[in-house]
Design a protein around this ligand. Structure first.
Ligand code: T5A
Length: 203
């Protein structure tokens, strides 16, 4: 979802829930998750890098993702872990697609290259008005390069996420991010548990 929609808060809650249920869980984030990808994150989010063009930005997000897949996500999946990732390729589709204007099919093809076709079983969209999310994020202090974008940019990003959720309703579950933290957490764990139940029935 948009800035400050509550992802990190919910990722921590979800990890606790799954570990209590006996699952082995890897929590990670994008951009980042490995030393190389975290170094790319620093470049991407540094507000002093305001000269960065949209193409370099897109390629850096995908480069960070490729490294993250290679070094962390694929090995964890192969080891049988559940991977919870704070943002993934849909964020590129929303920010660089709906936000910056890159073509949907081009982004789809780039995601294929970066991920090798390994894709989430379930994606949770915490939907929140862009202004409300930015207000939450602002409390933290210094804004990063993306947070400094205009409100209309962030509104396009929100619309981009909602459009993706309409396109892929089976994979992407939309949850009201404006609800109290405990209410959001319950919706998140219910949806994840349903996904696990469905998988366990198949296996
Ligand atoms: N990006 C990322 C791209 O442009 N393309 C890409 O491909 C990718 C992967 C990444 C930046 O890069 C962009 C998107 C981002 O701009 P990030 O670390 O994911 O950076 O950045 P943010 O989205 O800004 O993450 P934040 O840490 O700011 O926000 P979270 O994790 O959504 O929110 P959280 O949980 O830290 O909560 C923020 C505040 O709100 C409170 C929390 O207590 C906290 O104070 N809060 C609530 N308050 C009321 N009600 C609730 N339900 C609340 N939930 C949390």
């Amino acid at each position: 979802g948009v800035e400050g929609c509550g992802k990190s808060t919910q990722v921590a809650r979800l990890r606790d829930y799954l570990e209590t249920e006996g699952y082995s869980v890897l929590v990670t984030r994008e951009p980042g998750g490995t030393p190389i990808a975290e170094a790319i994150r620093d470049i991407l989010l540094d507000p002093d890098n305001d000269a960065m063009g949209p193409t370099a930005e897109l390629l850096l997000y995908e480069a960070a993702r490729a490294q993250h897949m290679h070094e962390k996500i694929v090995p964890a999946l192969n080891a049988g872990q559940i991977v919870i990732c704070d943002r993934f390729a849909d964020s590129t589709t929303a920010y660089q697609g709906a936000g910056r204007g890159f073509d949907h099919q081009l982004l789809h093809d780039m995601h294929q290259v970066a991920t090798g076709g390994v894709w989430p079983d379930l994606t949770l969209l915490l939907d929140l008005a862009a202004e409300a999310g930015l207000a939450r994020a602002r409390v933290r202090g210094r804004q990063d390069r993306i947070e400094r974008e205009t409100i209309t940019f962030h509104e396009r990003v929100r619309d981009g996420f909602l459009a993706l959720a309409r396109e892929e309703p089976d994979r992407i579950a939309t949850i009201d991010g404006s609800a109290p933290i405990d209410v959001v957490a319950k919706a998140v764990t219910d949806r994840v548990q349903r996904c696990l139940d469905a998988r366990n029935r198949v296996e």
